[in-house]
Design a protein around this ligand. Structure first.
Ligand code: SAH
Length: 214
């Protein structure tokens, strides 16, 4: 049985802190959330390696560095309400649950959503609500949000998501086919501020504001 605690400390130091993850609250959340609970049993020993892992239905939990990079870009504050598009395993949602007031997370596969919901409940992340649906349309019922994070690659930032952002709110989304660039948008009164970071790889966002087929 490999020592997961040791592997986790190595992840924090070598894959996160050494690569520019400096937000102390973000690092603390990564220390707290047991990533092994979000991957299939036979992959437990790889839980703290910096690699994506399968979570079923051909989908993957992103590598820890990518989750941390996106979380830090989102600039989460304690009182924020955040929307995540692409629940997958629920890991990103669990990280966010420790950093913000409330998390809504949407998943297109009911099977994955149910598993993630059960897992998040069992682990006590009770400020997360899992929704089954097409997150490329956002979640107008609960909008606007201080933060929106998309964890699947889209052809462009879906316009409804920008609309559902509060003024001062931040959106982080990988954009592109095959290889993506990470786009961060900050919504201002009269304009959108945009930053771009190249070199990411995600499963596709499939839906109205995403790709039309898987
Ligand atoms: N954030 C996840 C990893 C996401 S993988 C985690 O921490 O484990 C991307 C997920 O987005 C997949 O589960 C995929 O089914 C889902 N997805 C793709 N298109 C979607 C859409 N339009 N709406 C909601 N979920 C979508």
């Amino acid at each position: 049985m490999p020592d997961l605690a040791e592997a986790k400390e190595r992840m924090l130091k070598e894959h996160l802190a050494a690569r520019g993850i400096t937000n102390e609250r973000v690092l603390k959340a990564f220390r707290e959330v047991p990533r092994e609970e979000f991957v299939p049993d036979h992959l437990h020993n790889l839980a703290y390696e910096d690699m994506p892992l399968e979570v079923g239905r051909g989908q993957t939990i992103s590598q820890p560095y990518t989750v941390a990079f996106m979380t830090q870009l989102l600039d989460p504050h304690r009182e924020d309400v955040v929307l995540e598009v692409g629940t997958g395993s629920g890991y990103q949602a669990a990280i966010l649950a420790l950093l913000v007031e409330r998390v809504f997370t949407i998943e297109r596969f009911a099977e994955l959503a149910q598993k993630a919901e059960k897992r998040l409940g069992r682990l006590g992340y009770d400020n997360v609500e899992v929704i089954v649906g097409d997150g490329s349309r956002g979640w107008p019922e609960r909008a606007p949000f201080e933060g929106i994070i998309v964890t699947a690659g889209a052809p462009e930032v879906p316009p409804p998501l920008v609309e559902q952002l509060k003024v001062g709110g931040r959106l982080v989304a990988p954009v592109g086919k095959g290889v993506q660039e990470m786009v961060k948008i900050v919504k201002r009164e009269r304009e959108l501020e945009k930053e771009i970071y190249p070199g990411f790889r995600f499963v596709p966002l499939v839906g109205e504001g995403g790709f039309k087929d898987a």
